[in-house]
Design a protein around this ligand. Structure first.
Ligand SMILES: [Mn+2]
Length: 325
């Protein structure tokens, strides 16, 4: 099939809605792209967030089209946005559906592009929302101000507030802003990043109780919090960490959220070098990118998890981390 087939109804069976799937911990680009597509495409669409959304994206996702956070399969056609791999959309399972699969993504192509019946995968776009906006324009579809606002939000977010926007993203953004003119105050609200008090408490605890490890000039911080793991990982970066690991014990399992600073981007692949061995040792599964990911381990032995993480980093960086006194 061709992407433009989506502008006609016959690319999928009419009695099932089109399922649009965003990546785990969906961000503004993922949720914005999904809502924008749902808005523009003819017929019924539903947006599934397989592993929730970031705080900001959750506000954007407070939209009637985001109907179902728990389903892991689609009966009809599936469109994946802002995710290159099946791991990135876990626990959603695209292989369980029988309908066509379409992918819109601006990450390096992975297994989803190969499985897709049609794909718009282009790393030169600053945001998946840019690819969606270009498709909507090319296909002659129209957006409501709500859909335009969602796509504009994705573009602004994924280009770091336009700091890294190439001309292409700006070109897609300008008409969206015009179409969303009556809701631009909402755009401002969506970018209000003031943390809630519970987030401040979580990150404060995370920083105050973290354990630091050092090898040469590389610093690793490992901590535990009950919530706001991503914000806590970034707080550890703020404290100087090159690698930030946040553990959360929950229901007999341990969630591991990891982030690797750009300084180590070429040296550490979080998913391959750390999460893979952790999952082998303790059992569990997760997903992510080289520099950001999450996995859930079938253990609550936090000390053993911590030790294994340090082991993995010793091995990967061919060094010996020692705990800071
Ligand atoms: Mn993106």
């Amino acid at each position: 099939m061709d992407l433009t087939d989506m502008t006609r109804g016959e690319w999928h069976t009419d009695d099932e809605p089109v399922t649009i799937v965003a990546h785990a911990r969906a961000d503004l680009d993922a949720v914005g792209s999904a809502i924008g597509l749902a808005d523009a495409l003819p017929g019924d669409c539903r947006v599934v967030l397989p592993d929730g959304a970031t705080r900001q994206a959750a506000r954007l996702g407070d939209d009637p089209v985001v109907v179902d956070d728990d389903s892991t399969t689609a009966a009809g056609a599936t469109i994946v946005v802002d995710a290159p791999s099946t791991a990135r959309i876990a626990p959603f399972d695209v292989t369980a559906g029988e309908g066509p699969l379409v992918v819109f993504d601006h990450h390096e192509a992975d297994d989803l592009a190969a499985m897709a019946d049609a794909a718009e995968v282009d790393q030169t776009a600053g945001a998946t929302a840019t690819l969606v906006a270009e498709f909507v324009d090319r296909a002659g579809l129209s957006l409501s101000s709500r859909g335009a606002l969602a796509l504009a939000t994705g573009i602004v977010a994924d280009t770091g507030g336009l700091r890294s926007a190439p001309g292409r993203d700006l070109q897609a953004l300008v008409p969206l802003l015009v179409q969303a003119a009556d809701r631009l105050d909402e755009l401002q609200d969506l970018f209000d990043s003031a943390p809630s008090f519970s987030e401040r408490v979580a990150t404060f605890k995370g920083v105050s109780r973290f354990r630091g490890y050092r090898a040469g000039q590389t610093l690793v911080g490992v901590t535990e919090v009950g919530a706001h793991q991503t914000a806590t990982a970034h707080a550890l970066f703020g404290a100087g960490a090159d690698v930030a690991i946040v553990l959360t014990e929950r229901d007999g399992e341990t969630m591991v959220v990891g982030r690797v600073d750009d300084r180590l981007a070429d040296a550490v692949n979080l998913v391959d070098d750390v999460f893979g061995p952790l999952e082998e040792t303790f059992g569990g599964s997760g997903g992510g990118h080289a520099n950001a990911g999450v996995t859930t381990l079938e253990t609550t032995a936090l000390h053993a998890v911590r030790a294994r993480i340090v082991d993995c980093l010793d091995h990967t960086l061919d060094t010996q981390f020692s705990e800071l006194p």
